[in-house]
Design a protein. Structure first.
Length: 94
């Protein structure tokens, strides 16, 4: 098969379509992981562990804490300890 401009254009178009669909898939995966990790940090680490602002079953607690842990925000105990120490001094009058 001879290599002419139509074959080159078709090959480039297919490669760009595949790269474009890969970028879309990676973008969707990034957004999904971001939402899960931020929910784990906000709901699990911050509200549940640091402030104890609600109660839930152990299974739900483990899911939220694992989602926060997979967001690379250190261990849950360390995060809650540092956050409580932060509030010890920021919530008082000067």
């Amino acid at each position: 098969m001879p290599l002419d401009s139509a074959n080159v254009i078709e090959t480039v178009a297919v490669a760009l379509f595949r790269m474009d669909s890969m970028l879309i898939s990676l973008s969707i995966a990034f957004v999904c992981f971001y939402v899960v990790h931020m929910a784990g940090i906000t709901i699990g680490y911050h509200r549940l562990l640091a402030h104890r602002s609600y109660k839930c079953s152990k299974a739900i607690e483990y899911i939220f804490v694992m989602a926060g842990y997979l967001g690379f925000s250190s261990s849950p105990m360390w995060w809650a300890t540092l956050h409580r120490a932060h509030h010890r001094y920021t919530d008082t009058r000067l």
